[in-house]
Design a protein around this ligand. Structure first.
Ligand SMILES: C[S@@+](CC[C@H](N)C(=O)[O-])C[C@H]1O[C@@H](n2cnc3c(N)ncnc32)[C@H](O)[C@@H]1O
Length: 204
């Protein structure tokens, strides 16, 4: 089973588990200080962030890359706009599908947690090479500190690892990888006692 099979129930499972917290985290990026013009959206799944982003940033154009055909089909139904280009591709195999393009924002909500640190170390420079110098990188994800948060995350990783092609078994230290690549973060918000966080990263 892959994200294709999970796509029809993904939003329902999310709401049963987290209520509105994940969507609030995604939408925290829409209060960006600088409104972007050309946005790369990595693995937006069923398009719930994209739907809000096209409204909030009416002059922006978007490229959304996701490997799941079913997720992309749902996103296309949700976001009926000529300002979004949908690409089906596996980011592990390179972002060659967007060769020659330059973005002033990249969005990865609940996406970096799909990968191991080794993969993120390859992905971050690949993405960074396609960004303008003042670009913003919006990231929402989980942050497990308390015992119950670590326990819940452990269960979630078992679920996703068994049902999808997710290769990771634990939350990667993506913040360390971004920091080493020259990005610094500003917290946009946190939800569920800090279990869900949203940040914007910029190059120093
Ligand atoms: C955990 S879901 C997150 C979806 C959405 N961003 C959200 O906020 O809920 C991960 C998404 O990334 C996509 N994905 C996972 N691995 C990928 C890869 N290697 N390349 C491209 N997309 C991938 C999946 O198809 C899925 O839509």
């Amino acid at each position: 089973m892959s994200y294709d099979a999970l796509a029809p129930v993904y939003a329902t499972l999310e709401r049963l588990s987290f209520g509105c917290a994940l969507q609030r985290a995604r939408c925290a990026s829409l209060q960006a200080e600088a409104v972007p013009a050309n946005v790369l959206v990595l693995g937006d799944g069923d398009g719930r962030f994209l739907e809000q982003a096209v409204k909030a940033w009416p002059s922006a154009t978007f490229v959304m890359v996701d490997q799941s055909a079913a997720m992309l089909a749902m996103a296309k139904r949700r976001v009926d706009t000529s300002r979004v280009r949908f690409l089906q591709a596996d980011v592990r195999e390179s972002l060659g599908v967007i060769e020659g393009e330059r973005f002033d924002a990249v969005v990865s909500h609940f996406f970096l947690d799909c990968f191991t640190e080794t993969m993120i170390k390859r992905l971050v420079p690949d993405v960074a090479a396609r960004l303008s110098s003042h670009a913003q990188w919006f990231v929402s994800d989980f942050a497990a500190k308390a015992w119950w948060q670590r326990g819940l995350l452990w269960l979630m990783y078992r679920f996703f690892h068994n049902l999808t092609e997710t290769e990771a078994w634990r939350l990667p230290e993506y913040g360390e990888v971004l920091s080493r690549a020259g990005f610094s973060s500003k917290r946009l918000g946190n939800w569920r006692a800090g279990f869900v966080v949203a940040d914007v990263w910029r190059r120093d």
